[in-house]
Every structure is written in structure tokens, then in C-alpha cells.
Design a protein around this ligand. Structure first.
Ligand SMILES: [Zn+2]
Length: 277
């Protein structure tokens, strides 16, 4: 008898932007309870879930490899061993895509939160998971997470999961950390600061040969729910007005698409699978 599949296939999806190829790789997904959706009232959250034929919020977590100018650049490292068995799948997916950790020359982070940065370092040995990579991050991020006063004001959970995690994970990269405020970070990759989610939260605009892609970080956590925070609305509004191709860390995999205006709200329109590269 032929065997039936028992595991999902690796998540590897390539999207060409001019001369650059962007590879989307999933780190996995987390089921989240309503309590973690701080900005949305419970009945409103339920309505959005119902409309999307879902019973729970699923937080998808994606990373992106940018193949540009002979370099292999990683945007976000996923969560490593930090967030349980439904997560931490990035390294296996990188391998399946034929990318070795040694190949990565730069790591760009939209911000330091465990689902984005906890895969930087092997927490058992303290060694960098990407031994040849520089770490590129907005200057507000280390300034905030390394600040003892800010840490003292955080909840116990924030102290451990956010502040201490950020410090431990960046430790082996401190001598090759490059901070920025804005501008072009690497050929074809420009910082798009959209602070609010964290003090240095930054998206990345990928541009090549007249084509572009906005990787907007955590601008949207739950594609089923539009959260009316000002910085969210601004970025989403820009994407809608300029008809930009967008993707994000928490759009459901592979997560490329456009933003359509619908009355006073917005809708994410996923792009069909591209059969050619
Ligand atoms: Zn996140």
C-alpha cells in the first residue's frame, strides 16, 4: 500500500523583483488566544474570525531571503527553540532551499521580538547560528532593549521574553552589529521606519529594475483583523494608494499580495502562485 503523507512539505516560495529574487520561508505558526489581541474587543475579534471561517487566531511567522548583488541576505531569523514545536522551522526550510547558515552575509531585523530574532543564536551553546553574518538593525532597537531602566519597568514576562532574550540573542553579533536610522542599507534594500510596534520597528523596501516589494514587518499581525492603530493605517494606506506589492512576517504563507480599499477599511488580496520566476 502506498504511504500517505504524514508531514507537510518544506515551505519555499520564490518571487522575483527585477534582478532580485526574494525567497519566503515559514518559521511556523502559533495559535493565539483572544487575550493576546490587545487592541480588538472580543466580540469584534469573533466576528472577524467567523467571517474568515476560522475558530482561532493563527499567527503565521515568515522570514525572507534576499538574493541580491551576489549576496544572500536574511530578513528575520524566526524563533529558534523559543516558542514550541509549531515554530522554529526556518533552519530546516533554509536547508531544503539549499541555503547554508554560512552563506548568509547580513541579517536584517524589523525589530527584536522572539518570533523575529530568537533564531539568531543557539541558546544551548551561545554560538551564532549565522557565523558570517553582520546584524543590521534600527538604532532604537538595541537602545530600547538594552536599557536597564526600560527593562525594570517591564512585566516579568517582558523582562524575560523580550529584554533578556534580545540581549542573549544579539550577544555573539555585537562586534558586527550595524545600526541605522533610515536610507539604503544594502543595494536594493531601503529602510522604511514605521515605529510604534517597537521603538525601532522598520519595514524594508526591495527595489530593482522598476519593480518593488514592501516587506512591512509587523504592520499587520492578523490579516483577518485590521487594527486601527495610526502607524498601521499609515503604512496600509500607502500600500493601497500606491498599489504596492506587499508581504509581511505575519501574513499567511507565502504572503505576497496587495491592499485594496473597501469603504473606510482595507482588504488583503493574496497574489496567485507565480508559476515562473
Ligand atoms: Zn511579530
Amino acid at each position: 500500500m502506498p504511504q500517505i503523507p504524514t508531514e507537510q512539505i518544506p515551505t519555499i516560495y520564490h518571487r522575483r523583483i527585477g534582478d532580485i529574487v526574494v525567497t519566503a520561508l515559514s518559521d511556523g505558526a502559533l495559535e493565539r488566544t483572544h487575550e493576546m489581541m490587545n487592541d480588538v474587543a472580543e466580540d469584534e475579534g469573533r466576528r472577524h474570525l467567523d467571517a474568515a471561517f476560522r475558530s482561532t487566531f493563527v499567527l503565521s511567522v515568515n522570514s525572507f531571503v534576499i538574493h541580491a548583488g551576489g549576496k544572500t541576505i536574511l530578513i528575520e531569523t524566526g524563533s529558534g527553540d523559543y516558542l514550541g514545536p509549531s515554530m522554529g522551522k526556518l533552519r530546516g526550510n533554509l536547508k531544503a532551499a539549499g541555503i547554508e547558515p554560512d552563506d548568509i552575509s547580513s541579517i536584517l531585523l524589523t525589530h527584536m521580538h522572539p518570533d523575529h530574532s530568537a533564531g539568531l543564536t543557539d541558546m544551548k551553546t551561545g554560538a551564532a547560528n549565522y557565523p558570517n553574518a553582520e546584524l543590521v538593525i534600527h538604532e532604537n532597537e538595541p537602545r530600547h532593549w538594552f536599557d536597564d531602566g526600560e527593562m525594570a519597568r517591564g512585566s516579568e514576562r517582558e523582562k524575560e521574553l523580550m529584554f533578556q532574550q534580545a540581549r542573549d540573542q544579539t550577544k555573539p553579533y555585537l562586534d558586527r552589529m550595524r545600526t541605522f536610522t533610515d536610507g539604503e542599507l544594502l543595494p536594493g534594500i531601503t529602510a522604511v521606519p514605521c515605529h510604534g510596534h517597537t521603538p525601532g520597528h522598520t519595514g524594508f523596501l526591495i527595489e530593482s529594475a522598476g519593480q518593488s516589494l514592501l516587506i512591512w514587518g509587523d504592520t499587520v499581525h492578523m490579516p483577518e483583523v485590521q487594527v486601527p492603530r495610526p502607524e498601521v493605517t499609515m503604512t496600509v494606506d500607502m500600500a493601497a494608494s500606491e498599489r504596492m506589492l506587499v508581504t509581511g512576517m505575519h501574513l499567511h504563507y507565502p504572503g505576497f499580495g496587495h491592499i485594496a480599499r473597501e469603504g473606510s477599511s482595507y482588504r488583503f488580496v493574496p497574489e496567485p502562485w507565480q508559476q515562473t520566476l
